[in-house]
Design a protein. Structure first.
Length: 263
């Protein structure tokens, strides 16, 4: 091979080597670029997903906030709390008390109806049996506020009557002749008072029947008094006793009547 040919061959070989190295470098760059593009694509996908999740979260937060705003008046009522379980369920707790002392808590889980927005179904509850199930459904049909208001008021009345009854049984045992007769919801209470007159020393018995026609009132709507000895109770005395039972809570009324009959 002539020297000139050898020189050309060397140049071409070098160029081929450089081309191969360049090609390899290009391939590496292409692979690297492809990986970078893949990572960018993955990054964009994750970013979009996060944005979508945020949108969903914001939407969920808006719905929950709306529900809380709609029910914010509930939080202003003493003894009621509402916890959002998820976007379609609420947990409502009713804390009852009597004369400032805690009694017990009742709870209900409500689920939003799929066929109607802002309408709920009662999933479960532990209310006393004095609250009829049919009434609970009707109140829910009229809205969440109606349900919470009605349940809260009736629980308050039921607890008040029950605790008043307990107080009378505990504090006036010596004045009670018979056991109390009551209805389940305490809409009717009957008992007999045994009272000795301080001056005459004679005992008199007064059967007391109280009917509570209004479930939202702690005072009776009707009072019936049946004395054992009509001569011991003139019309004026019976009228005073009736008025006391009409105007005062049970424990205060019993105290007032006993004081009146003792004179």
């Amino acid at each position: 091979m002539f020297s000139s040919d050898r020189g050309v061959y060397d140049v071409l070989s070098e160029m081929e080597k450089m081309s191969a190295e360049k090609s390899l470098k290009t391939n590496k760059q292409e692979i690297l670029s492809a990986r970078v593009l893949h990572l960018k694509k993955r990054r964009d996908e994750l970013r979009n997903k996060l944005e979508q999740d945020n949108e969903v979260g914001n939407s969920l937060g808006s719905r929950l906030a709306k529900k809380l705003m709609e029910a914010q008046w509930i939080y202003r009522l003493l003894g009621i709390s509402v916890v959002v379980l998820d976007e379609k369920a609420l947990h409502v707790t009713f804390i009852t008390s009597y004369r400032g002392a805690y009694c017990e808590s009742y709870a209900a889980v409500l689920k939003e109806r799929s066929d109607q927005e802002n309408k709920y179904l009662l999933v479960r509850h532990d209310f006393p049996r004095s609250l009829p199930s049919d009434d609970l459904s009707v109140w829910l049909e009229n809205g969440l506020q109606e349900f919470v208001s009605q349940v809260n008021r009736r629980l308050h009345i039921f607890i008040t009557r029950r605790e008043e009854l307990k107080m009378v049984k505990a504090n006036f045992r010596e004045h009670l002749l018979e056991e109390f007769v009551t209805f389940l919801d305490l809409s009717y209470i009957k008992f007999v008072l045994n009272q000795r007159n301080r001056l005459s020393g004679t005992s008199s018995y007064l059967e007391v029947s109280l009917s509570y026609g209004d479930p939202l009132l702690t005072l009776p709507s009707a009072v019936h008094l049946n004395p054992s000895d009509a001569s011991a109770f003139d019309a004026g005395l019976l009228s005073e006793c009736k008025e006391i039972f009409r105007m005062k809570r049970l424990s205060d009324a019993v105290t007032g009547v006993i004081d009146l009959l003792s004179t």
